[in-house]
Design a protein. Sequence first.
Length: 189
Amino acid sequence: MKRLLPLNTFITAALCATTFTCCIGCYSPPEPDPNIQSLKEVLRTEFPTVQGEQESISNYRDKIVLLHFFASWCAECAAEAPTLRNLQNAFAGSDFQVVGVAVDDDPFEAQRFTRQYALPFPVIMDTQGELKHYFSIRDLPVTMFLDRKGLPVTFQDPQTGGQTAKLTGARRWDTEQPVDMIASMIEAR
């Protein structure tokens, strides 16, 4: 004789399965723009900035670009922001540019974050998720470098010493090791 599960066990299991299925469907990443198909197109695409302008990453061609993905609600991003400000100020007037990319963020909150930390670099609003999707950004903050042609650069992680094309997690960008690394990138024409 088969033993039947009590009714409350069945109901609990059904509710858990329904809740899990619903939660999976609660978030769907934005669909990437089907017109953006190559890195060159991604870099040429104009995005709104929190400063109220249109900006394209290709505007910084011929510079080393630190592309920084963040959100105003991210605690690690907030801890890292002052070091990025200091880094940009240290290299002001050089062939180096920090470009922030606010992802999964409210434009008003991203603007407030930019003012709160007095960020001296452009901050792009990736409202449709094109950059996030193209560069496969899954966590925040994420930092990567682009060379003078706009190509992603493999570099030595100043914290771990390993080679990488993307750093996930906050770093101290205004310390000697990352500053020296960026200076050598600038010098290597």
